[in-house]
Every structure is written in structure tokens, then in C-alpha cells.
Design a protein around this ligand. Structure first.
Ligand code: NCD
Ligand code: ZN
Length: 359
């Protein structure tokens, strides 16, 4: 398909398998944006303050999200922490919690309560319980600290732990979240079908040089080289069901993004699907992908079907999203009615498809 020339696309709703929906006013601002980005199913990150470490907290959070926007399916996760025991895993599975997120301590926003040291050793009984109860383990795949001086990234330094985890628990479903390097993609490919990788919209268009200097483009893992970005674009459009969409949309108030230190997180939720399509279109323009690489089937696989299969969800319902070229541009921000809270969007001003829902 000549994506650049396509005037109208009709797709199943996207599944966004990595979202930060926050709490309080910020939650009230971003949750109603989910469907505007063409998404009907989200996997909700637990890095709140305090982190979600109990089943009761996760269920309470889900009911808050549902009351703000009932037209979205919310998959909930727990934050891996010493209080998350094998008993809690059994309780979580019975309550319909989908998985557990592992943050190495200190690697990103709200990771202070994350795991320190050798997590494979410390949490092996928890991982065994997760394997038994078929919960998904979501990895923030970076080691803490500063990048090694030899040019390898914090993500590459983490990959041996992914491989070891998979060897120890071959049936445990694991997602390496927000893959940012060609090496991470290769690591996921080298594991069995229980290991998948999520890919954000912004890692399909950002590179480190931009992300290091633009606060609205600053996130973890930091986007890398053009060749890493291009490897992600190829993986996203490969039809390989090991790779699916997870936006890692991570809103921070504009006021904090313009201060110091800049909090890590790129906000894309309001145009999640549109930004993926824009990145693919630009990749065709640069010659990284050919026009034939991007087909209806591949878009459906990456944006919607692969994730639903991996997470054992039912197929998307009859509702569809329709994307049309009407010259619409990404707004600079979303804000509350009284203007007291504002979140800056990635790629303000870029021309994107207009999106509407049809049932
Ligand atoms: C996320 C956040 O703000 O919660 N930030 C980010 O840069 N991606 C946390 C995370 O997923 O690392
Ligand atoms: Zn995240």
C-alpha cells in the first residue's frame, strides 16, 4: 500500500499494551484521550505513588479508570516488590490481574521501590508462581546507573538477564517493554514464543540526539541511533507476532517538563495510532521501508492482533477505527478546562490522519 497516498484506512481498534494513566487530575485528563488515539484496550502500568502492589489497589484503580471511560478494556498489573509474594500472585490471578511489572530500582520515573540487585535469585519463587498461574511479566529492560563507556546501552546491558530468566522459566510469558535497540529485538527473537517485545510510537521516530535536548522527547529508555530506530520500524512492520504496540505514553505536567531535572516520559496517548502511522510513512519516505512493506494485514497485526493473541484476549469486537486525511495536526497539548493542568504532546503540529470510531 502507498501509505502516503492512502486517503482512508479502516482498522480494528488498536491495543496499547503499555500506558501510564496516572492518578488524580492527571488521570482525569488523560483517560478520556485513550479512544481518540484509536485504542480500546490498554495494559496499565502500576508505577503510581505509592506503587500498586496489592490486588485491592489494582481493582480500585481499575474501577476509577472504568468510571472515567467505560469504553476501554483495562488490563491491570502489579508492581514487583518484596510484598508481592507467591500468595499474592495466586490472588492476583484469581482476580483477573494480567501481569506484574519489574522495574530495576532507580531506572525511571517512580522506580524507587523497584527491585535491587539480582532479581532472578530474589524473586524466583514469585516467577515460578507467575508461570504456574500464567501471569505476564513485563520488564523495564535497563540496568540502573550510567551507560557503560564502551558505547553499549543500559538496555543491551540488561539483555543477558532476559535470556537467563527465559532459560529458568521457559513457559513464563515475558514482555521486554519499549524495545529501543536492534540488540533488544534480536534478544527477543532468540527466545521462544513465550517472550515478546513491545514497541512504542516514539521510538519509531525519535533518536537520542533529539531526545537528549527536547524535554517533550525525553524518556526512558532513551531513544538510540537512527539504525536502532530503523530496526524497530522493520520489526513493527515485519508481521512477526513477537512484536506489538505499547505506546509507553507517559504524561507529565508541562510545568515539570520545563523545569529541572526533566522527568522522563513522552506523551502520545491522544494520537497513539496516528503517530505510529506517521512514523511508518516517514520510514517509507526515507527508504527504510518500501511501500509494499506496509500492508493492511501488517498494520492490524502490529497495532491490534499480535498483542491480543499474546495476552490471550478475545479478538477485537465489531467496532472499527476509520482514519482519513483531513489535514489535521497534532495539538500542542491537552489541558483541563480551567487550564490549571497541561500536558505537552509529542510532535505538535505534525499532520496526521483524523480518526473516528464506527460501530
Ligand atoms: C515512564 C513514566 O513516566 O512513568 N517514563 C518513561 O520515560 N517511559 C516510566 C517508564 O516506563 O519507564
Ligand atoms: Zn512506561
Amino acid at each position: 500500500m502507498k501509505l502516503r497516498d492512502v486517503q482512508r484506512l479502516e482498522l480494528p481498534p488498536s491495543a496499547d499494551m503499555h500506558v501510564h494513566l496516572r492518578q488524580g487530575q492527571l488521570m482525569e485528563l488523560v483517560v478520556p484521550e485513550i479512544r481518540k488515539g484509536g485504542v480500546d484496550t490498554v495494559y496499565v502500568m502500576p508505577n503510581l505513588q505509592p506503587p500498586i502492589t496489592t490486588v485491592a489497589q489494582a481493582l480500585e484503580y481499575r474501577s476509577q479508570l472504568q468510571s472515567l471511560e467505560p469504553g476501554v478494556q483495562y488490563l491491570m498489573s502489579l508492581y514487583l516488590h518484596p510484598s508481592v509474594t507467591p500468595e499474592v500472585i495466586a490472588e492476583a490471578a484469581a482476580a483477573g490481574i494480567a501481569g506484574v511489572k519489574l522495574y530495576p530500582q532507580g531506572v525511571t520515573t517512580n522506580s524507587e521501590s523497584g527491585v535491587a540487585g539480582d532479581f532472578l535469585e530474589a524473586y524466583s519463587s514469585v516467577f515460578a508462581a507467575m508461570e504456574k498461574h500464567d501471569l505476564v511479566l513485563n520488564l523495564h529492560g535497563e540496568v540502573p546507573g550510567s551507560p557503560p563507556t564502551d558505547g553499549t546501552s543500559l538496555e543491551e546491558a540488561f539483555l543477558p538477564q532476559l535470556k537467563k530468566l527465559h532459560e529458568m522459566f521457559p513457559r513464563l510469558r515475558v514482555v521486554l517493554e519499549h524495545c529501543s535497540t536492534a540488540a533488544a529485538l534480536d534478544a527477543v527473537r532468540s527466545c521462544g514464543p513465550s517472550v515478546a517485545g513491545s514497541i512504542t510510537a516514539h521510538h519509531l521516530y525519535l533518536t537520542g540526539d533529539v531526545s537528549e535536548v527536547d524535554p517533550l522527547a525525553f524518556c526512558k529508555p532513551i531513544p538510540k541511533s537512527p539504525s536502532d530506530r530503523d530496526a524497530l520500524l522493520k520489526a513493527a512492520s515485519s508481521g512477526d507476532s513477537k512484536f506489538f504496540f505499547g505506546s509507553d505514553s507517559a504524561p507529565h505536567p508541562l510545568a515539570s517538563k520545563t523545569g529541572r531535572p526533566v522527568p522522563a516520559g513522552v506523551y502520545t496517548q491522544s494520537a497513539a495510532t496516528q503517530l505510529v502511522l506517521l512514523a511508518l510513512e516517514e520510514a517509507i519516505d526515507r527508504g527504510v521501508l518500501s511501500e509494499q512493506d506496509v500492508t493492511q494485514e501488517l498494520l492490524e497485526e502490529f497495532l491490534s492482533r499480535a498483542a491480543r493473541r499474546f495476552y490471550k484476549l478475545s479478538d477485537p469486537g465489531p467496532a472499527r477505527i476509520v482514519l482519513e486525511r483531513q489535514g489535521e495536526t497534532i495539538p500542542a497539548s491537552v489541558r483541563t478546562a480551567d487550564g490549571s493542568l497541561e500536558v505537552g504532546l509529542s510532535r505538535a503540529g505534525a499532520v496526521v490522519f483524523s480518526l473516528r470510531w464506527v460501530s
